[in-house]
Design a protein around this ligand. Structure first.
Ligand code: FAD
Length: 535
């Protein structure tokens, strides 16, 4: 097939317009166009009055070969690449030992699935519960403030992104099209087909829940085993080689190939690994607040008269401001038509995050507005970032009234430096609830200063962003892991052979898609290593 890139059409184009554009671009007769397939559809909304859809199309014509020769110098007309996934290995028939995957978030899910598909029958361990039970615990916390520290928004089947907006895009380089493999698996598990072609796919919370169950069933069908409420409390290492893990109940599982896909919130596990001398470094991350506006304000600011258009959906945004003092403030994990949620996994701490349903139909838009920080801001060794996060989260718990309500403040008051007394037109969506206060006490002064500088700058890009009544809720601390569990080119820990640090918790991903892609890479590296040692 021929891949045509950057075909631009008006937002309201009719069905025939795509075929017409193909014919025009290739200068062929309409009768020579056999078929076309939309590979990708995005939009350019920089000019609100003239929003255009941008297509990448795979086209079949009666004379592909001749056309590819004719347009050989054209960057936007090329042969469609083969994006299908190819397994790098197959398990030996006399497989001597099953690989273990710790963590069943997007990373562990894909590591486990790809290992299972190659015949390695992985044993997958997650400290949390299976997703339906976990849903009850998580929603229970939001409604009744009863936290289960092992089954919550961070821990359990599906990992941290299960109760989320389910955004599935990532900026990681993906020359081997692993992202395609992830999307294909998600669609087979029940995600909408459109995730294969829209430029910013999302799934929303409830669909993710049933998808995760289907993917679990597939792994089990292929000979894999998945154990819940199976927290790894210890790793066994002999002469620099991992040999097994010990679970919280004392059971030991032996394996010399163990993927560590534990996410960014497994602080106790990070501490255990550090105590066991697994090499860990501190790494930069970000902290800040969630901001909420009415979704209609964002739609209007981004799409003008086209607000509400079905193809465009609820508008999102992505903002960055480089402060005079050198700090960067940026929007993160924007959830159109969603809610702000309590995301702690530890008692007496408050952490914010965002989620939405597939429809993105809730009244408010939310995103994290965060300041980039690095280990010089929290000196004290590889795990100092965790202490820093904990301190901010405990402080937020105090500011929120010590009952898991989150501290909040109207943007106008935050900018003026006065405590908020009343809610304005933007109603808080945070569950379980908020307490109005002065958020300048919630983060270090340099963060507050940076956010105070950034919000008016963002207002110049999204009219109304600095609205008096817009609401800030805090604190957003779990933006990524504050550590990196260093691995080499073979994907193994640089000082612990057979341990494969993976995904967001190890510092190699940020978000569902990049964690899942990393999971595939790690599965491949494990398979090759197992085959090597099985010889
Ligand atoms: P995780 O998903 O964190 O999974 C780690 C798993 O390991 C967990 O299930 C945990 O129970 C388990 N585990 C931890 N320690 C142990 C142990 N000792 N023993 C056994 N098991 C253990 N990203 C997006 O791209 N789009 C979004 O829309 C989005 N929204 C989000 C909304 C919320 C509320 C949250 C919290 C996150 C969101 N994210 C989103 C981020 C995304 O969820 C993460 O980047 C992603 O889940 C990381 O995947 P992971 O597999 O590396 O780790």
């Amino acid at each position: 097939m021929i891949r045509l890139t950057n075909i631009q059409l008006p937002l309201d184009h009719d069905d025939q317009a795509i075929a017409n554009a193909v014919v025009a671009r290739l200068s062929i007769k309409a009768a020579d166009l056999v078929s076309y397939h939309v590979h990708r559809r995005g939009y350019d909304a920089r000019k609100k009055a003239n929003i255009v859809l941008i297509y990448t199309l795979d086209v079949e014509t009666k004379n592909n070969k001749a056309l590819l020769e004719k347009f050989a110098d054209e960057q936007l007309i090329k042969a469609t690449p083969d994006m299908s996934y190819k397994f790098v290995a197959q398990a030996p028939v006399d497989l001597q030992e099953r690989p273990v995957v710790i963590g069943f978030g997007p990373c562990g899910l894909l590591t486990g699935l790809v290992l299972a598909q190659m015949g390695y029958k992985p044993i997958i361990l997650d400290r949390g519960k299976e997703v339906r039970e976990r849903t009850k615990d998580t929603f229970g916390f939001w409604r009744k403030k009863i936290l289960n520290t092992e089954s919550n928004v961070q821990f359990g089947e599906g990992g941290a992104g299960t109760f989320s907006d389910g955004k599935l895009y990532s900026q990681v380089k993906d020359p081997h099209h692993y992202g395609r493999k992830v999307l294909t698996e998600f669609v087979e598990a029940g995600a909408p087909d459109e995730i294969m072609f829209v430029s910013k796919p999302h799934i929303g919370t409830f669909r993710l829940v049933s998808m995760v169950e289907k993917m679990r069933a597939k792994i089990i069908e292929l000979g894999g085993e998945i154990r819940f409420s199976a927290r790894v409390d210890d790793v066994q290492i002999e002469a620099g080689q991992i040999t097994g893990v010990a679970l919280a109940d004392g059971e030991v599982i032996k394996s010399k190939h163990i993927a560590l896909a534990i996410g960014h919130s497994a602080r106790d596990t990070f501490e255990m690994l550090y105590d066991k001398n697994v090499y860990i470094e501190a790494k930069p991350f970000s902290v800040g607040f969630r901001i909420e506006h009415q979704q209609s304000l964002i739609d209007e600011a981004r799409f003008g008269a086209n607000a509400g258009n079905e193809i465009l959906g609820a508008a999102d945004y992505k903002l960055v401001h480089h402060c005079k003092g050198g700090r960067s403030v940026y929007s993160f994990c924007m959830c159109p038509g969603g809610t702000v949620v309590a995301a702690t996994s530890e008692e007496h701490r408050v952490v914010t995050n965002g989620m939405s349903q597939y429809s993105r139909a809730e009244r408010n838009a939310n995103s994290a507005i965060v300041v980039g920080i690095d280990p010089t801001d929290y000196p004290g060794g590889p795990l100092a970032g965790i202490d820093f996060q904990r301190e901010l989260e405990s402080n937020a718990y105090l500011l929120g009234g010590e009952n898991y309500d989150a501290p909040a403040q109207k943007v106008g008051d935050f900018l003026k430096g006065v405590s908020s007394e009343t809610i304005g037109s933007v109603e808080p969506s945070f569950k379980p609830g908020i307490k109005l206060t002065d958020l300048s006490k919630a983060l270090p002064d340099f963060c507050i200063e940076a956010i105070r500088e950034a919000i008016p700058a963002f207002n110049r890009k999204i009219n109304g962003f600095a609205l008096e009544d817009a609401l800030l809720t805090g604190v957003e601390t779990r933006t990524s892991a504050p550590i990196c569990i260093k691995r080499g080119k073979d994907f193994q820990s640089i000082n612990t052979q057979g341990l494969f640090p993976a995904g967001e918790g190890a510092g190699y991903a940020g978000g569902i898609m990049s964690a899942a892609i990393d999971g595939i890479k790690v599965a491949e590296a494990m398979a090759l290593s197992i085959n090597h040692s099985n010889k």
